[in-house]
Design a protein around this ligand. Structure first.
Ligand code: ZN
Ligand code: FE
Length: 255
């Protein structure tokens, strides 16, 4: 990882993140849930942000867009299909868009499901991805604007990234996600270990991020549609991967 990342809490359970290239000094804010903690993080690091990268239009991801734009005269980038709902947006991106960032490039991956235009920001060289409300640690976003088969395809794209890709997501939902995960995958030793670590981190009020794609593949039930033990547990040995995913998502909605 060549970039630096400053992670902090906003609102009640949103993560804020700053992304910084140490050589050029370029700094981006990944989503803008709340102005004060973002300003505090900028101050703490002494970085000067030039961009907000918006993942999707929900209020808890764009609330501070205009205030930060006024203060820093920065540029706001976000998904083309949600441009009318993202305050202050300047430039739009879509699948395959490449944003130059210091010595890095940020590649845009469209991941519809939670919202119709949700995007993730991937830094292939530093092996980092910001997944916001698509892929959470041990979870995935609720399906507000697109159905399960669409989210399944989005998650398949993330599952195909290198296993050592470091993942930052949009919310600290990991503890409740872990409790749900254990109901569908109770005999998974890696999951049980991870759940214990998460309990300890949250008891100490520490964040459960970052995670990695590899860790999620081993423990996140929303990426484990092919796992024989989960399928057996659900009575879905002969279902398609997309059907297994949809059933797990449905159970989580009712958990
Ligand atoms: Zn959201
Ligand atoms: Fe959110």
């Amino acid at each position: 990882m060549t970039v630096e990342i400053e992670l902090f809490m906003c609102r009640t359970d949103n993560f804020g993140a700053l992304l910084h290239d140490p050589r050029t000094g370029e700094t981006a804010i990944v989503d803008a849930p709340e102005e004060a903690p973002i300003l505090a993080a900028i101050e703490r690091r002494g970085w000067n942000p030039s961009t907000i990268m918006t993942t999707h239009h929900h209020g808890d991801h764009v609330e501070a867009n205009l205030a930060l734009k006024n203060r820093f005269r920065l540029r706001i980038v976000g998904p083309e299909s949600e441009r009318d709902r993202i305050p202050g947006i300047d430039d739009t991106v879509e699948e395959g868009s490449v944003i130059p960032f210091g010595d890095e490039t940020i590649e845009v991956i469209e991941t519809p499901g939670h919202t119709a235009g949700h995007v993730c920001y991937h830094l292939p060289r530093s092996k980092v991805i910001f997944t916001a409300d698509t892929l959470f640690a041990l979870g995935c976003g609720r399906l507000f604007e697109r159905p399960a088969p669409v989210m399944f395809e989005s998650l398949k794209k993330l599952a195909a990234l290198p296993a050592d890709t470091v993942v930052y997501c949009g919310h600290e939902y990991t503890l409740s996600n872990a409790r749900f995960a254990l109901t569908v995958d109770p005999d998974n030793a890696a999951l049980r270990d991870r759940a214990a670590k998460i309990e300890a981190l949250r008891a100490a009020d520490k964040p459960t991020l970052p995670t990695t794609i590899g860790e999620e593949l081993a423990t996140n039930p929303f990426l484990r549609w092919a796992d024989p033990a989960i399928r057996k547990n659900l009575g879905m040995e002969h279902a398609t991967d997309a059907e297994v995913f949809a059933e797990i998502r449905k159970r989580k909605d009712n958990f």
